[in-house]
Design a protein around this ligand. Structure first.
Ligand code: DC
Length: 225
């Protein structure tokens, strides 16, 4: 199992890690894990169960239990929760924020570990999120921390939403990104951070193609060692 190569790509919200990871998985013929989608699906399942994510009484055990019993399936570009196609529903900023709020719960994180590790299949995996290199796949062959300045990330998110025909406000997006960064960086369990064995790539001035090339260069170098 552990001989199956993993490339871990972590980074803050809207850093472009999704687009980079997906393109690299395709290029290498590897499987792809969008771990954020799993946290988003768990947040949706919690909301649909009638629980208030903002309540101080929200129980880690109950949330972990809901997540452990989710029937999630990944069908090419679609994500299903039981018989519900949640592909678009989990992409809203509200769902991303809810995911970030429940992601501080240690039992929930524990409950999602096995599901994420099951994505490790031959010939290899590109996994993206916040703790891929630090917690979920500590033995990843290559660990990348992909980042960009908050205003540039807000602008990229703005363009993405506009392309989908969703109205957005740049100021609000920047606020939300900064709040999410603060929460993801400061939580006590599996905080977003770049480890000693991680290569940081700042994509503030790089477009998608250049970001992909930068990551691939490190991957090929790691394989030569
Ligand atoms: O990558 P994303 O924006 O889709 O992730 C949504 C939230 O889920 C993110 O703000 C924090 C949480 N998350 C996490 O805690 N650990 C991961 N590996 C992936 C996402």
């Amino acid at each position: 199992m552990t001989s199956i190569p993993v490339m871990a790509i972590d980074g803050p919200a809207a850093s472009g890690k999704g687009a980079v990871a997906q393109a690299i998985a395709e290029r290498l013929g590897f499987h792809y894990l969008d771990s954020g989608a799993i946290y988003r699906a768990a947040a949706l399942a919690v909301v649909q169960s009638g629980k208030n994510i903002d309540s101080p009484d929200l129980s880690d055990t109950e949330v972990a239990d809901i997540a452990a019993h989710m029937r999630l399936s990944f069908k090419s570009d679609e994500i299903w929760l039981s018989n519900q196609n949640i592909t678009d529903a989990i992409r809203t900023e509200a769902c991303g924020n809810n995911a970030s709020k429940i992601a501080v719960l240690p039992k929930l994180r524990q409950a999602l570990l096995e599901l994420q590790r099951n994505f490790r299949r031959v010939p290899g995996l590109v996994a993206e999120g916040r703790d891929m290199g630090t917690v979920v796949f500590p033995d990843a062959r290559l660990k990348i921390y992909l980042t960009a300045s908050a205003p540039v990330r807000a602008e990229r998110r703005y363009k993405q939403l506009m392309e989908k025909g969703i109205n957005a406000n740049m100021g609000d997006l920047l606020n939300e990104i900064e709040q999410r960064d603060a929460r993801d960086l400061s939580r006590s369990v599996a905080p977003l951070r770049s480890g000693d064995d991680t290569i940081t790539i700042d994509t503030t001035t790089l477009d998608l193609a250049r970001s992909i090339e930068a990551v691939l260069k490190f991957y090929h170098a790691a394989n030569r060692m």
